[in-house]
Structures are given as structure tokens and as C-alpha cells.
Design a protein around this ligand. Sequence first.
Ligand code: G3H
Ligand code: ZN
Length: 283
Amino acid sequence: MLVNMRKMLNDALINHYCVPHFNINNLEWTRFILEAADSVHSPLIIGVSEGAVKYMGGYTVVSSIVKSLIKELDIKIPVALHLDHGSSYDSCKEAVKAGFSSVMIDASMHDFEDNIYITKKVVNYCKHYNISVEAEVGHVGGTEDGKEKSILYTTTSEAVKFVNATGIDFLAPALGSVHGLYKGEPKLNFETMKEISESLNIPLVLHGGTGIDDEKIRKAISCGICKLNINTELQIVWSNAVRKFLDQDKSVYDPRKIIKSGEAALKEAVIAKIKLLGSENRS
Ligand code: G3H
Ligand code: ZN
């Protein structure tokens, strides 16, 4: 059974840990991530971008895969199926109709007032279905589903105004993190992160989890980050393992063997991140 993110993230906020959001790309990744998180009893957020939804065959395909794997594998941990960076009211609605338990409306490409208007519309819709809503103010930098964005830092007053006006459950402020690989050191504004967290007292989300070192992740958690989004890091770990396997055995052609050759490395990375975030045994 899928759950929304409210209970898991509010517990993380009270008890000062963080729940991992891992992006999926296909059936196998979904299985690997579910099994890894279940083995260490961590609550789990499965994030799916619009690009990944399209790649996997549509919202209902994604939702059926996740629900069926939970059932067939007898997964016991709470799992949220979350639309990542939903770009419009319509895509959020489609995800909800297909059975997603949570959505992010990312209208951060619009101006502030339009971002509020679109986000509020999504919140009003989701209320009727008990779906949790995350939204972004400012811009997380880097590449998202192939589109480039520059960083636009969120201010505390904007964050407070946005949350009060929209009634969202969780806020993703842009505080220096980027999607994909960092050019140089990540420069996170921890002071504003803490200030926003203390002013709002709702769980905060940090996007662009790849490339942020362990110490900075721990500090971010102490400043109110309750959900960390990780995508690129898992892609790198998995593809490195697959590349190594293919280099070692030039005769292999069975796709099952090829995809599976990244399983151990992917699971190891998932479990290491869960331990770092402190979500082990929190399910
Ligand atoms: O929404 C997804 C993330 O923010 C992932 O970022 O690819 O840098 O780990 P990442
Ligand atoms: Zn993101």
C-alpha cells in the first residue's frame, strides 16, 4: 500500500532525521530500491519525473509497477510514490488519478504570484484525495529532465509568504543545490535554511542530493531538511557497475544479466544513503 509523505516527513522533522527520495527509471530499479530500503526498515519515497513517466510508458504503468512490486515482494516499509517536478496542474492531476500518493508541483519557472496561483490550485485538488504536496520557490540550479536552470536563492520572507498563501505540506527552497553534477563545491546557504525552517516549522526538501558531502548533508538535516532527493548519484553508481561488467565479459547479451549487474552497487549506495540520513529502522 502506498502512503502520502505527511506522516513520514513530520516524524523526520520531530526526530531530526531525513527520508530519502530516490528517482526510478524502470522496473528493475524500482525493485532494487524497494528491496534495499525494506532490508534496513527505512521509509521510502520513490520519485518519478515527468521524463521518467514518459519513458516508463505513462502514469498508470508506473503506479501499477510500484504497487505490484510492493505486493509481490511483500514490502513492509511505508512507501510514497511521488511525482517529481510536476510542471503543471494537469500533470499533477494525472499522477493523482493514476494512483500516485504525493506530488511536487514545480511552478518555479513562473513568476512568484503565478507560482502561488498554480500551486494553490494543486493543493485544493489534492486535498480531496489525501495527497501530499511539495512545491519549490526560487530555482534549484542545474539540469532537470534535460532543461537547464540557473540558481535563484529563496529568501525567508518569500518562503513564508508562499507557504501561508498556498497551504503546501513541504517546501523545497532553492539554497544553492543543483541538479546533476556540481561545478566546484556546493555552496549551501545553511543560515537561510535554518531561518526558513524555524519560521515555518514544516518539513523542508533539499533537491540535487548528488555531490553534497556527508558533513553538509548532516548539517542540512540539523537545519530542517527532512527529505533529500537523489537521482544522478544512483545513475552513476549503477552505470559504472554495468560498464565494468560489460568490459569484463564481451560475450554477454541477455538484458536481464546486464541490468542486474548494477544491482549490488545500486543497493549498496541506497543503504549507505539511508544510514547517513538516519532513516534506518524508522519504518
Ligand atoms: O528531483 C530530483 C533531484 O533533485 C535529484 O538531484 O540528480 O542532483 O541527485 P540529483
Ligand atoms: Zn529536483
